[in-house]
Design a protein around this ligand. Structure first.
Ligand code: NAD
Ligand code: UGA
Length: 452
């Protein structure tokens, strides 16, 4: 079997590396229009950071895993084509700010139809609105001119960044949706056999196309909803003296609730939660279900509130002004163990602090300085933003330290040294509930966490 994956991003790269590693007889080629990204995948410095990824790519690349910009030839040469391109929130026209922008998916479908001269299985790996497979199928069938026939499958990806390789190696489930025709079932069977190389059969779920597509949006909406729910309670904890970690632990012991995704934070980030919920909201409106749309919209609004509330708390504590005060920002990625900053809560907090004329000293373990400047919309010579290469230099002379990503390294810093390098009173705002607040207060910090 020859596989082509269109899109060499956070999903395409790791997913295909895992398939290549587990299925040595299969040839996997990942293609992208972004030549710089492909060059990165072919170099010693991969374009994305993900624990365990570099080692796996190093083992497979050149054997049965290839990265290329030659999209047309790779499509033509493949039996199965995964579409793993970005599906961001639309920024223009009808549905702007909510609907998914499907132009990259559509252009893949047109290109596949254009160049294919043999039958193909086309797999939606990107997260897309329910019923997109229908549009893809129509485009494929209408634009095909070489007699090639296409089967469209939905195979959404559930990996989380930072744990992508573990998630891919031992997924809770693999979901495959297809048409219930004879050809559709045969195509589903081929993809099931591929995953069955390493995933137990009982974890490979097969459904109709629409259930598979909708399950992906629903899974992300449920996960994000749990975070917004616990974050809403964190505000009440702060008002009442309850401790949100204690509340989360107590409710998580109930086996019907469970302990995961109850960590209160400065707000969820990442490229998908917000985008996918907005997409769900838009779909509900489209199908005439305003009550359902409003219900899910609240999850995003609670998250926006949580991000704003964090900066407001900093201001309240710091005598209502941070103007010209140096503030150390520890962590800029949207979660630990990734270099991804898309929709990171840190971006919002930093922008709000800049509005208040703060001076920021930012340190992250994996995010390059250029990306920090770019996402904040400031030039590298802007003296309001300094990117530091360690936590101690960021904190040196700062009025406050704000922890915005839960990097493990921040747990083991010498906080006494940090405290001694700061003007007093020295503030510490733990946006990830990573640290022991009473211990910090013992050192002398005016310290607070989320929901504490
Ligand atoms: P990404 O932006 O990292 O990668 C997408 C890649 O597709 C880019 O490199 C882009 O250049 C390429 N591309 C776009 N149009 C192309 C075309 N016509 N031909 C060739 N290449 C093209 O995106 P991602 O984070 O990998 O996400 C991809 C999809 O997977 C999205 O729909 C996302 O919602 C979904 N998803 C993401 C994650 C995640 O953790 N990031 C997890 C599950 C699902
Ligand atoms: C999420 C889902 O977990 C994946 O299953 C899904 O495939 C993916 O979205 C996607 O579709 O893109 P990801 O965004 O990579 O994965 O990472 P998560 O671990 O879900 O974290 C998302 C955000 O929520 C992060 O900012 C994280 O810090 C925050 N979070 C997570 C909390 O604030 N509290 C928690 O308890 C868990």
């Amino acid at each position: 079997m020859k596989i082509c994956c269109i899109g060499a991003g956070y999903v395409g790269g790791p997913t295909m590396a895992m398939i290549a590693s587990k299925c040595p007889e299969v040839t996997v080629t990942v293609v992208d229009i972004n030549a710089e990204r492909i060059a990165g995948w072919n170099s010693g410095t991969l374009p994305i950071f993900e624990p365990g990824l570099e080692e796996m790519v190093a083992l497979q690349r050149g054997k049965n895993l290839f990265f290329s910009t030659d999209v047309n030839d790779t499509i033509r040469d493949s039996d199965v084509i995964f579409i793993s391109v970005n599906t961001p929130t639309k920024t223009y026209g009808v549905g702007a700010g909510r609907a998914a922008d499907l132009r990259f998916v559509e252009s893949c479908a047109r290109q596949i139809a254009e160049v294919s001269d043999s039958d193909k299985i086309v797999v939606e790996k990107s997260t897309i609105p329910v019923r997109t497979a229908q549009s893809i199928k129509r485009i494929l069938d209408a634009s095909s001119h070489n007699g090639a026939k296409f089967q469209v499958l939905s195979n959404p990806e559930f990996l989380a960044e930072g744990t992508a390789m573990e998630d891919l190696e031992a997924p809770d489930r693999v979901l495959i949706g297809g048409e219930t025709t004879e050809e559709g079932l045969a195509a589903v069977g081929k993809l099931v056999d591929l995953y069955a190389h390493w995933v137990p059969r009982e974890r490979i779920l097969t459904t109709n196309l629409w259930s598979s597509e909708l399950s992906k949006l629903t899974a992300n909406a449920f996960l994000a909803q749990r975070i917004s729910s616990i974050n809403s309670i964190s505000a009440l904890c702060e008002a009442t003296g309850a401790d949100v970690d204690e509340v989360a632990h107590a409710i998580g012991q109930d086996s019907r609730i469970g302990p995961k995704f109850l960590k209160s934070s400065v707000g969820f980030g990442g490229s998908c939660f917000q985008k996918d919920i907005l997409n769900l909201v838009y779909l509900c409106e489209h199908f005439g279900l305003p009550e359902v749309a409003n219900y899910w919209q609240q999850v995003v609004e609670m998250n926006d509130y949580q991000k704003r509330r964090f900066t407001q708390r900093m201001l309240d504590a710091m005598f209502n002004t941070v103007s010209h005060k140096r503030i150390a920002i520890l962590g800029y990625a949207f979660k630990k163990d990734t270099n991804d900053t898309r929709e990171s809560a840190a971006i919002y907090v930093c922008r709000d602090l800049l509005e208040e004329q703060a001076h920021l000293a930012i340190y992250d373990l994996k995010v390059p300085a250029s990306e920090i400047y770019e996402t904040l919309g400031v030039f590298e010579d802007d003296d309001r933003v300094e990117v530091c290469d360690n936590a101690y230099s960021a904190a040196d002379g700062a009025h406050a330290v704000a922890i915005l990503t839960e990097w493990d390294a921040f747990k083991n810093l010498d906080y006494t040294r940090i405290y001694n390098s700061m003007p007093k009173p020295a503030f510490l705002f733990d946006g990830r509930n990573l640290l022991d607040i009473p211990a910090l207060q013992e050192i002398g910090f005016e310290a607070s966490g989320i929901g504490k």
